[in-house]
Design a protein around this ligand. Structure first.
Ligand code: PMV
Length: 333
């Protein structure tokens, strides 16, 4: 039995995939075609409060002080309906109040921290008891990358093989304090992207002749990245991270019509990372479904990397983040 009126507040950090997920084996259940490997970040977070309230006639969603309707409310409402189904309740709606500490929908993966925080808070508010893996599989229904933000540090997401998706969840490889790393983001625009990852990956799968080749090479990338993480070999991990991302973007560019998330500053920042490496600074990049360039380095090089990326024409600002914790409950009342 779910409680009548209850508020749960949860916090989750975003994560950046070093080996990407792009494409779904089941759209309905949001099952990924490939596994992925990511780093959960401290400081780039979503805090979400979920209040289940018998007085409400429908779900409400407020994001960064704006009342959301239409598509964002629909996505949150469908997610809450799943949680209600697990709780065995009907007609008990919720008010969701969410805050991001970084720009929404600009390729900084706010859906990852957003749905991880929502999964944690909503399951608590509706009284659904889940293991960490169960919470990860639930978060996946909101956004594929959210399954990884349930865990901190370096995380691997399994594509899974079961048709019901119960084995398509993430697990932790290295806790946040286990390998000192920094992720430095070069923000190349503050504008929201115009093609969502769901639309972009569907178009890539259906129309890009390069997509199946990327999926085939992905298994090798994931295996190599997993070994590099186990051996804390940044050079190998960095090389895999760059090639896996460039392969994914090559698939997108070969889609019909072509899909290009980059802008001029994206390319300039990529070149700067290669310049830094040529000068002996160990740093590698990845790029998601957006124009920002996310670089991985050791803490001792982070200041130099940040300064170099700040000086790239078109880079609006940079953000340096350390590995962070997974989704956690902040309060319950
Ligand atoms: O989970 P979504 O729908 O936000 O898709 C994430 C896609 C990428 O960020 C490009 C790759 C990834 O694995 O996070």
């Amino acid at each position: 039995m779910a409680p009548n009126r209850r508020t749960a507040v949860a916090r989750a950090g975003t994560n950046i995939a070093l080996v990407k997920y792009w494409g779904k084996r089941d759209v309905q259940l949001n099952l990924p075609r490939t596994g992925s490997l990511s780093l959960t970040l401290a400081g780039l977070e979503t805090v979400t409060g979920v209040t289940v309230d018998p007085g409400l006639q429908h779900d409400h969603f407020e994001l960064d002080g704006h009342i959301e309707r239409g598509v964002p409310l629909g996505r949150v409402g469908r997610f809450l309906a799943l949680v209600r189904e697990r709780a065995g309740v009907t007609g008990l709606f919720a008010r969701v109040v969410s805050r991001n500490s970084f720009p929404t929908a600009a390729g900084l993966a706010s859906s990852a921290s957003g749905f991880a925080a929502l999964a944690r808070a909503a399951s608590a508010a509706y009284g659904v008891d889940l293991t960490a893996e169960g919470l990860s599989a639930l978060a996946r229904r909101g956004s594929g990358s959210a399954a990884r933000s349930v865990f901190g540090g370096l995380v691997e997401m399994e594509a899974g093989v079961r048709p019901d998706g119960s084995d398509a969840c993430a697990h932790q490889l290295v806790p946040p304090g286990g390998w000192p790393l920094r992720l430095v983001v070069a923000v190349t625009t503050e504008a929201a992207k115009d093609i969502s990852s769901t639309i972009g990956m569907g178009a890539t799968e259906q129309t890009s002749p390069l997509y199946e080749a990327w999926v085939a090479s992905h298994a090798v990338d994931l295996e190599e990245a997993r070994l590099a993480v186990a051996g804390q070999d940044l050079e190998v991990l960095g090389a895999v991270m760059e090639r896996n991302c460039l392969g994914m973007h090559a698939c997108m560019m070969a889609a019909r019509p072509p899909l290009l998330y980059w802008n001029e500053a994206t390319v300039a920042a990529m070149r700067e990372v290669w310049n830094l490496r040529a000068r002996g600074i160990p740093v590698w990049f990845t790029i998601d479904a957006g124009p920002h360039v996310k670089t991985l380095c050791r803490p001792e090089e982070a200041t130099a990397v940040k300064a170099a990326l700040d000086a790239v024409p078109g880079v609006a600002r940079t953000i340096a983040a350390a590995p962070g914790e997974g989704a956690r409950l902040e309060s319950m009342g």
